[in-house]
Ligand binder design. Sequence first.
Ligand SMILES: Cc1cc2nc3c(=O)[nH]c(=O)nc-3n(C[C@H](O)[C@H](O)[C@H](O)COP(=O)(O)OP(=O)(O)OC[C@H]3O[C@@H](n4cnc5c(N)ncnc54)[C@H](O)[C@@H]3O)c2cc1C
Length: 409
Amino acid sequence: MAKILIIGGGAAGLAAALTAAKTLPGEQITLLERLDRVGKKILATGNGRCNLTNMNAGPGHFYSNDKGLLRQALENMPPRQVLDFFGELGLLCQEEEEGRVYPYCKQASMVLDVLLLALERAKIDVQCGCTVTSIGRNKGKFTVKTADGRSFSADRVILTTGGKAAPKLGSDGSGYVLAQQLGHRCVPVYPALVALKCDMNGLGGLKGIRAQAGLTLMAGDHTLAQDVGEVQFTEYGLSGIPAMQVSGRLSRLRKGEKCTALVDLFPQWQSDALFRYLKTRQKADPRGTLETLLLGTVHKRLAYAVLKSAGLQPLSRPCGTLTAAELHRLADMLKAWPFPVTGTQGWEFAQVAGGGIPLKEVNPSTMESALVPGLYLTGEVLDVVGDCGGFNLHWAWCSGMRAAKEAAR
Ligand SMILES: Cc1cc2nc3c(=O)[nH]c(=O)nc-3n(C[C@H](O)[C@H](O)[C@H](O)COP(=O)(O)OP(=O)(O)OC[C@H]3O[C@@H](n4cnc5c(N)ncnc54)[C@H](O)[C@@H]3O)c2cc1C
């Protein structure tokens, strides 16, 4: 019988297993993983570089339906905890822009390598290809059953199955079902940190273009979310970090409420300064055409598409014929180019799942279930989602470590 049994060998599960083994040397710690190896998702993180935490990790970068409890849970989870954890495993880390922390060698595979070596040295019983299908609790002991007919018993169980995002990398939503078997609820889940599907209105030709831009998500006159960074234009809509950052807010739209993404191709400029700039260019080259008016500024294909969206055609039209109102229209379009949002890409393309097991059903200081003593819930299976930038892994490592420390008490 395991002292502590961990279900799911992702970031939270691996941090939990190593912390449990360190706190309870010599005790049996068992880790069950449904895929043929642990940590598969870690390899895909940060474009293969693994953005493993963020020096600015704090409540402002996380969302949950239970904000107060989330704040409480994050109180004792400083980024230093993640750096110390990996420092002890011998992983050299480096801070980059916006507080993002990566392994010094920029390889996600190195993060997994140090974790695997530590697992082996700690003699943790790791069982791969082991899909947990049920958990029961009787007389203070847990019984965990797997799809291939095996049964495990344990004093304590830590549920680290992740959510539902990127199911090919392991997390297929089964963790929600397991928690529900023990009486937990699950608040509606939605794909987050995912690209936006938009009505491209004949603008599919922009596919592949990337631009430094602002992105504002609007529902009518109401601003839902904003971000600035590299926006990627695709055949189905908008991708890149800004699109992913704002995507989670779509889940808060009321049924039938429409939403628009406004792309700002000159995020550092005020509209009137942009208008004056366009006016100066027009004056300098009145015989130039619309085709050359924006040459040297934004990507050519973007420039043509913006002119079209502003109703300024044909491209052979001399610049000198543009009225002040038309130049204002162009400046406004460059600052707030509208793309009607029709939804988001699906679970396969999402980096994380929003929603999940409500935080009010766990003790935020220990991660222990408020309903089932001896059961701990951590990582993405809970109703916690972080911004892009290392925050989701931060939550996974720290909540996994916290749960294991408490479970080992
Ligand atoms: C492509 C991609 C890139 C990302 N990049 C970053 C990044 O750079 N920085 C960042 O902070 N976050 C990133 N994320 C998000 C981050 O990876 C996750 O939030 C984090 O891994 C969640 O950790 P977890 O341990 O809770 O769940 P997971 O990592 O999903 O692990 C859950 C594990 O449980 C196993 N499991 C599930 N169900 C069962 C079951 N029934 N029985 C047994 N095992 C089960 C799964 O196979 C999986 O191994 C990225 C996500 C993706 C998809």
